[in-house]
Design a protein around this ligand. Sequence first.
Ligand code: FO1
Length: 324
Amino acid sequence: MVLKPQCIALSGGVGGAKLALGLSLELAADRLAVIVNTGDDFDHLGLRVCPDLDTLMYTLSGKSNQELGWGQAGETWSFLSALADLGGEDWFKLGDRDLATHVFRTQLLDGGATLTEVTQALLTALTVETTVLPMTDDRVATQIHCQSGETLAFQHYFVRDQCAPPISGVSFAGIDGARRSSRFSALLEGSEASSVIICPSNPFVSVAPILDLQDTWRRLCEQSGPVVAVSPIVAGMALKGPAAKMMRELDMPSTALAVAEFYQRVYPGLLNGFVIDHADRASADAVRQLGLEVLVTATVMKDVHDKQSLARDVLGFVADLTAS
Ligand code: FO1
């Protein structure tokens, strides 16, 4: 029998990793599993790069670069600089230490290991005890459809083009044939109740790939524990990344309320609760009118105290919803 964790967290990169770290400080390692978006993954310079998985691993191991939000602390850039001298592609900043992760991963994948197995090998090497799982071992690639008619691979849009092109939509190539990783599927089975926390990650490019994979969002609805999402939008701005800009371009107001409306419209019945920042407390009643319980708290995570404090608040909210 699989022992189900108390909490399944769904995460993209930087914003999600912050709350995942807070949750890992509040819960025993065997009570938390973090499911990570792999739609941002891509092949670059002959290497398999998995930015969100790496952000989670580095954050949970205390090795993350706090200033950049991605990559490793104390990084050096000799490889990238030498590559630039040769006229190679240097738009995606691979640090020397980070490079070792991608070489190690690519070698194991080429040898027949699954992404789940490689991720576990990296977590073990980094002494991270929390369960961190890719959403799938199959290839799913987020595609950004631009208002110009062009379609961009995610990292070309996000890093190379700095999220500048106005977008008209997002799709996930390969998702129809992709399957949940077996350990992710195992987490959704069994009788013990798990709560689900959707981290403050971009709903369109970080959370949607996980929810859209097979019947995942419907399986999450069937969990006996509550499902809550933390808004990645605070006072009209994204905590990190292009979520607010994307919302405006997709004809949505860039508000926490619009994030809740998006989840209710696209994944009806998924959410039981929604977490918004004090700055958005005026929207609490409107979110309640969508049929959701609301927690208003401090959601901006600048330091580890903020991360643990938000995790504690969200877990308390989940416990209240479980009891009611
Ligand atoms: N983000 C950037 O804005 N610029 C970069 O050059 C960059 C390099 C990079 C290298 C490895 C890695 O794991 C992540 C990296 N990221 C970079 C972050 C990443 O592209 C995004 O944060 C995520 O894909 C969005 O969640």
